[in-house]
Each structure stands twice: as structure tokens, then as C-alpha cells.
Design a protein around this ligand. Structure first.
Ligand SMILES: Nc1ncnc2c1ncn2[C@@H]1O[C@H](COP(=O)(O)OP(=O)(O)OP(=O)(O)O)[C@@H](O)[C@H]1O
Ligand SMILES: [Mg+2]
Length: 366
């Protein structure tokens, strides 16, 4: 399969307003700050860009609707309106999680500065490439692929974060053989709803070389709060080069945030009829939130189902295939991280996918 080069998704400030006059003023200020913007007339239209945008301006006309729509809390939200129309701004601002209230015309210079921070020579919140992995059925191989991608990226000297977003997964640190490594796991971070300091996050988590892992532990089953995922993605985007998120098949709000933040989402599907049927349901649930969803088909194929047939049945592009790799299973049982030796079908696939996303081809030590 020819390597693909994906256009990087521009991360433009998002304006949420249906007030034509306010919109005109904000477009003028954005132009003065040298940036283009994305427009949404209401929260429904804003939802898909809400988290990826580096800055969100909510017009005072749409603040109550945003509140009702329960958009996830995120850093960088500004409530904006004209003097006289916005009071009592702080109460609504606090409820929608806005960090600032900008009253026009007084706040014009401040807003131009905020827009300028998002201009073309500032590449948004950070350079990290974010990918997410889903399993088409239970035990499909999604967590192993997520681990393999993260290990491979770190071997290529990319500062990598592997995020375990599956509370029922048993802990992704186990996939790497890292369960003894010190550092925080999710339960210690699930209150995170504001801006997480990226270096502090990285210092607090288990790490080896360029690879850092945010995993569940073996404690009580807890939900993963959406704001904690949003804050983590935001911090990772600013502080890491490569982020891999291992998702549950039953999508919760945190998983949706991850899907929306990811440049590419890989759905791992065993080459079996029933797995393909199950994967179709997972794909249908995930696709509306994904910029780029593709299938990775894993052998063996007991009914000789071909990878291309599986992908076609799912209506997805085929991102890659995985041949059976019995040595990999034995290694996992011994606590060896997937793709750590840089050889074998999984390592080869991960090297290609990481190279497609980043251009990195390094083969450094694990
Ligand atoms: N590339 C592979 N080659 C051989 N065996 C694999 C591969 N990937 C996964 N496996 C086997 O399948 C098992 C399940 O893999 P994994 O935990 O990655 O699946 P999953 O899709 O994340 O499952 P879950 O539904 O629990 O999230 C592994 O323990 C391993 O034995
Ligand atoms: Mg898993």
C-alpha cells in the first residue's frame, strides 16, 4: 500500500455565535490578529471543533444554548459580547467553563492578541500527532497495536504518550510489562478538569526513555471523566510529539473527545465473519466523530476472508494487515512490550504508520 501523507488539520479559533453584528466585529478582530477562524452558529455546529480548536469564543447570544448542550469543559473558552448585553456575564461564563469574559469594544485589543497567538506562524496548541485505536470486537488486538505504536514512536525518538482510555481493559501498563513502574495512574488524575501542565503531567507518569504511559491500575472500577481526557489531550498536544489513545468499544464521552482529537483512528478487526459484523457496529458508532477512520485487519483468517473484503464490508479504507505472530503472544505473557525488538509484522506495521504520520523512521533502542 502506498504511504499516505495526510494534510495536517488546521487548528483555527472557533467562533460560536448567530449574531451577525457580533460575528462581523469578531471577524474584523481575527483579521487584525492575522488568523482565519471556524464559524458555528450554535453549539450543535460547534461540537466537532469544540475541543480541537486552540481558542473558542462563545457569543453571549449562544452562551445559554452552550450551557444546555453540555459541551465538555475545556481550557481557552472566552465569553464575548457587547457592553450592556453581556451582564451578568460571569455567572454564565463560569457555568460554561469560560476563562475570560471579553466585553466589546473595551476588549478589542486583548482579543486581537488572542487571535494573533493562533496565527499561521503559531501552529496551534502544539505539534503532537494524535492517533486512537479501537477494537472491532473483544480481544481484537487494539491494546497491543496501541502499545506497539507507542513503543515504535518512542524508538524513533519521538516524545510519546500512551493513554489507556478503557476502564475495563485491565491496565495498559501491563501490556508494556510496566506494572511495577512508579508513577501516577488515572485514579490520581481523574479530577483534572482545568489546564494540565504538560511537563508536570509527564514527570508524574510512569516513563522509560521517550515513552510515558497514562494507564488504569488494578484498583476499583471508575469512569473516566470527559474533562480529565480533554485536559490530558490538551496537555499532550502541547508537550509531546506523538500520542496514542487506546479506546473502549463502548464509547463514553471521554472516548468521543479522544476520537475528535485524533488525526487518524485505527479499527482493529480479526479476519473473521462475526468480528466483521461486530466491527461494523463499532465503526458506525465511531465514524461520526472521526476525521479519518480506517481498518487494520488481523489474521489468522480461518474462513480465508481477505483483508480487503473485511475493509470493503466495513466501508473503510484498509490501513494495514497483521499476520499471526505467536511469538508476540508469548512475549506479552512474559511482560515484553509489543514491537520492542523492532522486528516482526506488528513492528513493521507500526513503523509504517508512525512514519506516515510523522516522517520519523528512526530505529533507536527501546
Ligand atoms: N498482533 C498480534 N499477534 C498475535 N496475537 C495478538 C496480536 N494482538 C493481540 N494478540 C492477542 O490477542 C489478545 C488480545 O489483544 P488485545 O488486548 O490487544 O485486544 P483488545 O482489542 O485490546 O481487547 P479488549 O477487548 O480486551 O480491549 C492478546 O493478549 C494477544 O494474545
Ligand atoms: Mg484493549
Amino acid at each position: 500500500m502506498p504511504p499516505r501523507t495526510l494534510p495536517s488539520r488546521p487548528r483555527l479559533p472557533l467562533l460560536v455565535t448567530a449574531d451577525g453584528d457580533l460575528l462581523d466585529e469578531l471577524l474584523r478582530l481575527a483579521a487584525a490578529g492575522g488568523t482565519e477562524v471556524e464559524l458555528a452558529a450554535d453549539p450543535a455546529a460547534a461540537r466537532a471543533r469544540w475541543l480541537p480548536a486552540p481558542l473558542v469564543l462563545v457569543g453571549s447570544d449562544q452562551a445559554p444554548a452552550c450551557l444546555r448542550a453540555r459541551l465538555p469543559r475545556r481550557p481557552g473558552v472566552v465569553l464575548v459580547g457587547r457592553s450592556g448585553e453581556i451582564e451578568p456575564g460571569w455567572e454564565v461564563a463560569e457555568l460554561i467553563g469560560a476563562e475570560h469574559v471579553a466585553t466589546l469594544p473595551a476588549a478589542e485589543p486583548w482579543l486581537v492578541d488572542r487571535f494573533a497567538e493562533c496565527g499561521p506562524d503559531r501552529t496551534g496548541p502544539g505539534p503532537a500527532r494524535i492517533v486512537a485505536v479501537l477494537g472491532g470486537r473483544g480481544g481484537a488486538g487494539a491494546s497491543v497495536l496501541a502499545g506497539g505504536l507507542a513503543v515504535t514512536a518512542a524508538r524513533a525518538r519521538l516524545r510519546t504518550l500512551l493513554v489507556d482510555a478503557d476502564p475495563l481493559g485491565g491496565g495498559l501498563d501491563l501490556v508494556l510489562g510496566w506494572e511495577q513502574l512508579d508513577g501516577l495512574r488515572w485514579p490520581a488524575l481523574t479530577d483534572a478538569d482545568g489546564r494540565v501542565d504538560a511537563p508536570a503531567l509527564v514527570r508524574a507518569l510512569p516513563s522509560r526513555g521517550d515513552l510515558v504511559v497514562l494507564s488504569w491500575d488494578r484498583g476499583d472500577l471508575l469512569p473516566l471523566p470527559a474533562p480529565a481526557m480533554a485536559a490530558t489531550v490538551d496537555a499532550a498536544r502541547r508537550g509531546r510529539d506523538f500520542v496514542v489513545i487506546d479506546l473502549p468499544r463502548q464509547l463514553d464521552d471521554a472516548a468521543v473527545i479522544a476520537l475528535q482529537a485524533a488525526e487518524r483512528v485505527f479499527l482493529v478487526v480479526p479476519a473473521e465473519l462475526r468480528a466483521t459484523a461486530a466491527a461494523a457496529r463499532v465503526a458506525a458508532a465511531a465514524a461520526p466523530h472521526c476525521a479519518d477512520l480506517s481498518a487494520i485487519v488481523r489474521g489468522p483468517a480461518p474462513g480465508r476472508l481477505k483483508a480487503a473484503e473485511v475493509a470493503r464490508a466495513l466501508g473503510l479504507p484498509l490501513a494495514g494487515t497483521l499476520r499471526p505472530e505467536p511469538g508476540l503472544c508469548r512475549g506479552l505473557e512474559r511482560g515484553e512490550a509489543p514491537a520492542a525488538a523492532g522486528r516482526g509484522p506488528l513492528a513493521a506495521l507500526c513503523q509504517r504508520l508512525v512514519a506516515e504520520l510523522t516522517g520519523a523512521t528512526g530505529q533507536g533502542a527501546a
